[in-house]
Write a protein that binds this ligand. Structure first.
Ligand code: ADP
Ligand code: ASP
Ligand code: MG
Length: 286
């Protein structure tokens, strides 16, 4: 089994979602880990900040703005009325949940629940799209297996036991879809693996299922020899050792979450960085 993680830009538009749906139908069985659609987590952070500041009207305006964006997406994405109705219901439930925080007290725990909505939405909408295509798939709720311990480190035993049990319960499915980024903490509350944490989710899942490979699909064709946001004419590196990749990630190569390589290194699982924009490009093999 492989793990394929698609970042925010890779699921950030109707066109991209359709391309990812094509990609995940190729090859054998897999767990597809999705980020929130690009921009969503930033908007959720803004909403949470307004709620902390008790600027609830501003928070409500942002919630409605984001809701409108999702309505536009689903109206373009789904063709079947029945599926579109289910998507509308999904959006209604997630956004009414967000809106309810504008009527209530707000703490750090609620903030984590607010931030989780992006990945919960992207995965549910993607799975619904596969259903429209008549492609058999199932959701694997990260909140049922992804967990951090009292030191905020991954609870490897809990993750492994629960993830493999959930997989066992759904034999005959080749495409599983799970949320990156989100998890529960030692108290069972909703938490997350910090910004950019979907890469970390993918590698933790890879370790838990002893995946043959973890693929990180993003908007660039692999790890470049320099930060392309700063330096002109950078080029992709074909191969890197775990240590080289971990060092680059640690020192700010945004393509990978700084903690994401260590679990893969320990379990000796190859990590491949690939581009959803140019899927034929070789990318980087770690
Ligand atoms: P995703 O949303 O898919 O997780 P990110 O934005 O987190 O994507 O990571 C991909 C981005 O990382 C690229 O678009 C690029 O701008 C940036 N980046 C920074 N340093 C590097 C590097 N050395 N090689 C490749 N990409 C890099
Ligand atoms: N959606 C989260 C973020 O924007 C996690 C991720 O994309 O990796 O930070
Ligand atoms: Mg990222």
């Amino acid at each position: 089994m492989k793990v394929l993680k698609f970042g925010g830009t890779s699921v950030g538009s109707v066109q991209r979602i359709k391309e990812v749906a094509e990609l995940v139908q190729q090859g054998g069985s897999k767990i597809v880990v999705l980020s929130a659609m690009s921009g969503t987590t930033n908007s959720l952070v803004e909403i949470a900040n307004y709620l902390f500041e008790k600027k609830n009207d501003l928070a409500a305006d942002l919630v409605e703005g984001l809701r409108a964006k999702y309505h536009k997406t689903i109206n373009e994405l789904y063709k079947q009325d029945e599926i579109l109705e289910r998507a509308k219901e999904l959006i209604r439930s997630h956004f009414d949940y967000l809106l309810a925080f504008t009527q209530d007290s707000f703490t750090i725990h609620e903030e984590k629940a607010v931030l989780a909505q992006g990945e919960l939405l992207s995965t549910a909408l993607f799975q619904l799209y596969l259903e429209e295509l008549n492609v058999k798939s199932a959701l694997l709720p990260a909140l049922k297996f992804m967990r951090i311990d009292k030191d905020l480190e991954p609870d490897y035993f809990y993750i492994k036991e629960n993830l493999n049990r959930l997989l066992e319960e759904q034999k005959g499915i080749d495409i599983f879809i799970s949320q990156g980024f989100i998890c529960r903490n030692v108290y069972g509350e909703i938490d997350n693996l910090k910004r950019g944490g979907s890469d970390y989710s993918a590698s933790l899942i890879g370790v838990a299922i002893k995946a043959e490979e973890v693929q990180i699909w993003t908007d660039i064709d692999g790890m470049h020899n320099n930060d392309p946001r700063i330096v002109d004419q950078t080029s992709p590196i074909q191969q890197l050792s775990f240590d080289e990749a971990a060092e680059l990630a640690y020192f700010g190569a945004k393509i990978l979450h700084p903690s994401s390589i260590l679990p893969a290194k320990k379990a000796n699982i190859p990590v491949r960085l690939k581009s959803t924009i140019s899927p034929k490009a070789e990318g980087t093999l770690i």
